[in-house]
Design a protein around this ligand. Structure first.
Ligand SMILES: [Zn+2]
Ligand SMILES: [Zn+2]
Length: 95
């Protein structure tokens, strides 16, 4: 638990340093603050660092939101640069 807390504290600290737009809006998934805003076709949605971690490698910080049939999924810059069709790749993870 102690390790978990330190991890959460580190995430919170980095989020406070690098982005402040989500301080008011709670995470759509778990309600945590601060969160990051992601633009979608239907407006901006907010997710915390934990819930917006890359669906492929698990890294946080610079992920992009993809709306799929499976729901909202996130892919980081590294992973999106390595695969040509992100939606196909994500779909493959659930087969
Ligand atoms: Zn969350
Ligand atoms: Zn990734």
């Amino acid at each position: 638990m102690k390790k978990m807390f330190a991890f959460a504290a580190a995430l919170t600290a980095s989020a406070l340093l690098f982005g402040s737009c989500g301080l008011i809006n709670p995470c759509r998934e778990c309600g945590a603050r601060p969160s990051r805003g992601f633009k979608t076709d239907s407006g901006t949605v907010y997710y915390c660092e934990h819930c917006s971690a890359c669906s492929i490698c698990g890294s946080t910080g610079n992920t992009t939101l993809y709306s799929t049939l499976l729901g909202d999924l996130f892919v980081c810059e590294d992973c999106s640069g390595q695969i040509s069709d992100v939606t196909d790749a994500i779909g493959g993870l659930f087969e």
